[in-house]
Design a protein around this ligand. Structure first.
Ligand code: O2Y
Ligand code: MN
Length: 600
């Protein structure tokens, strides 16, 4: 502790307490330097956690393979320990804070024996942003340290900002695999029993405790835990919003620029849209973030968006030259790959990469793999961790302290039927209704059949740190705090509509720029639309479909109101609302009633 690079007494006291609790073999304060990262990567190569990739083909890149029991976020082990279950809401698992604390103290006791405790000072949001938050993650995973360095602003600059009296959010993480003296370590230590993993949030402290997993959102505590679950509770108090949204800039051939934020449930292609290459000539997309947006009213009454992260933790399978050329370019160097396949030439491969499968490879579990072996080479949730600055279309203002003013917000989901390609809300309240009705179908659905629909309001179901009914009210209240004409226009999009025979009706990817163009035109007052029972839909010739071979029937299907489908939709949304009981704002019940009425 004498080597601590801070004099902040609260931080020193907390770290001392954590050392006493976790009993590590050593302590390392992270400075975030290049040299430190290199030392940790070398250490992980020696220990078998990392494989260095071919330096010529993927300079500065590494591959990690996780334990087969530790491959994704664990929603059923994620808890919001608010004072009461009512505060956490039906959208969260809840446990009594005092009881949970006792349970966690038992688990963390001696949990880092034989390991190094790393202390990671990190900031979510640019350090000079008025809503930036400082976290300190204490972890026994070097993998977490090197990922956090990509995903957050990390190191000495954060401690300098914290100073002697600054506040921080304590984030305790252990893989839950202490080493006995002389015990050999494994490449991916973790607690294999799913029932012993805990991802716990105490919104009243606030603090985060994560035990047993070394993977993704379970372990990189700045991301879903801090920047969404805890930040959403802070944002409610402080009057802003922490959202599961990408942020992009869209510039027309005439040079007019609009910023758009978009919320889609997990696995709906947010990273692809965030950095898309528009198919429309002369249009340009720039990326500000692919997963999280913090939104706050500016002095001028407009809503400003900031990405609190500095990297992409993107899903690898499906990332190809067709779906996301800019992501492929961003991950050519200084990238950590987790659970993808290793080719004999020391490069990586995954399903739907758009290049032929190698004749042989090592799969994500470390076994020999051939294309005909009947197994996937990469895990479906395999990931790349890459610096945002490496994205070829990163927006020049992506680190702006004030954020960027939003012209539009898009909601969406993966829906085979009923939901049109694009639909504009008629008012802020209607927009909040559209957000609250978000849902997505499982991708495993048989071709042509709708998958199982999971309602995912605002794409925040796994990430809202308090009662979703109160969250809806917080969104509605924004219109009382500013001139509502200055708020972004709200749209609902669906790139995943299928015909009755199961054919995709919309080509997606770069072609989505045609929808974004209409969105900009609506904001500017030039886009043609017809008012329908569900909102404003583009008139048949309002979308720029030049050069796209879309047949008239398919276009009509994409842009029509399926009244019978919508009647079922209304009842399904009503059923989801019943979860929130008296916490559901009356404005949303009214929106539902109005929609029922308009549908006849
Ligand atoms: O499985 C994980 O731990 C990652 S989940 C994830 C990662 C990046 C961005 N979004 C998500 C998500 O589930 O929404
Ligand atoms: Mn996400």
């Amino acid at each position: 502790m004498s080597a601590a690079p801070t004099t902040n007494p609260k931080l020193l006291a907390w770290v001392e307490e954590m050392i006493q609790l976790c009993q590590p073999a050593g302590v390392h304060w992270c400075d975030g330097s290049e040299a430190e990262t290199q030392r940790l990567c070398d250490l992980m190569v020696q220990g078998g956690t990392f494989t260095k990739l071919n330096e010529k083909l993927r300079p500065g890149c590494y591959l990690a393979r996780s334990h087969a029991s530790d491959v994704a976020r664990v929603e059923d082990r994620t808890f919001i320990c608010a004072k009461t279950q009512e505060e956490a809401g039906p959208n969260n698992h809840w446990a009594d804070p005092a009881e949970m604390r006792q349970r966690l103290l038992g688990l963390f006791k001696g949990s880092m024996a034989g390991r190094t405790m790393y202390i990671i000072p990190f900031a979510m949001g640019p350090l000079d942003s008025p809503i930036a938050k400082i976290g300190i993650e204490v972890t026994d995973s070097a993998y977490v340290v090197v990922n956090m360095r990509i995903m957050t602003r990390m190191g000495q600059a954060v401690l300098d900002k914290l100073g002697v009296g600054g506040a921080f959010i304590p984030c305790l993480h252990s893989v839950g695999a202490p080493l006995r003296p002389g015990q050999q370590d494994v490449p991916w230590p973790c607690e294999p029993d799913p029932k012993k993993k805990y991802i716990v949030h105490f919104p009243d402290d606030p603090s985060i405790w994560s035990f047993g997993s070394g993977y993704g959102g379970n372990a990189l505590l700045g991301k879903k835990c801090l920047a969404l679950r805890i930040a959403s509770t802070i944002a409610r108090r402080e009057g802003w919003l922490a959202e599961h949204m990408l942020i992009l800039g869209l510039t027309s051939p005439q040079g007019t620029k609009h910023y758009v934020a978009a919320a889609f449930p997990s696995a709906c292609g947010k990273t692809n849209l965030a950095m898309m290459q528009p198919s429309l000539p002369g249009w340009k997309v720039t990326c500000l973030g692919d997963d999280i947006a913090w939104l706050r009213l500016g002095q001028d009454g407009r809503l400003y968006a900031t990405n609190p992260e500095t990297g992409f933790f993107g899903v690898a399978p499906g990332t190809s030259q067709h779906s996301n050329p800019n992501a492929l370019a961003a991950i050519t160097r200084n990238t950590i790959f987790t659970n993808v396949a290793l080719k004999p030439d020391g490069d990586v491969w995954w399903e739907d990469m758009g290049v032929p499968a190698p004749a042989t490879a090592i799969d994500w579990e470390g076994n020999d793999w051939t294309p005909d072996c009947g197994r996937k080479a990469a895990h479906p949730n395999s990931r790349f961790t890459a610096p945002a600055a490496q994205c070829p279309v990163i927006d020049p203002d992506w680190q702006s302290a004030e954020g960027v003013p939003l012209s539009a917000i898009l909601f969406g989901g993966r829906r085979a039927t009923t939901i049109p390609l694009v639909n504009e809300a008629v008012s802020w309240e209607h927009g909040v209704f559209l957000g609250s009705a978000c849902g997505s179908e499982t991708t495993a659905a048989a071709l042509g059949k709708a998958g199982v629909l999971r309602r995912d309001p605002f794409a925040m179901l796994p990430f809202c740190g308090y009662n979703m009914g109160d969250y809806f009210a917080h969104w509605l209240a924004l219109a009382q705090r500013t001139d509502r004409r200055k708020l972004p226009r709200v749209f609902f999009t669906n790139w995943f509509r299928r015909s009755d025979s199961g054919k995709w009706l919309w080509p997606g990817y770069g072609e989505n720029s045609r929808v974004l163009k209409w969105v900009c035109e609506r904001v500017e007052g030039t886009g043609q639309a017809v008012e329908t029972p569900i909102g404003f839909l583009p008139t048949p010739d309002a979308l720029d479909l030049s050069g796209l071979n879309l047949n008239g029937d398919d276009l009509r299907h994409l842009l029509s109101v399926d009244v019978e489908g919508w009647k079922k939709e209304v009842e399904d949304v009503a059923a989801s609302y019943s979860n929130y009981k008296d916490r559901l704002p009356s404005a949303l019940t009214e929106q539902l009633a109005l929609l029922r009425q308009r549908l006849g």
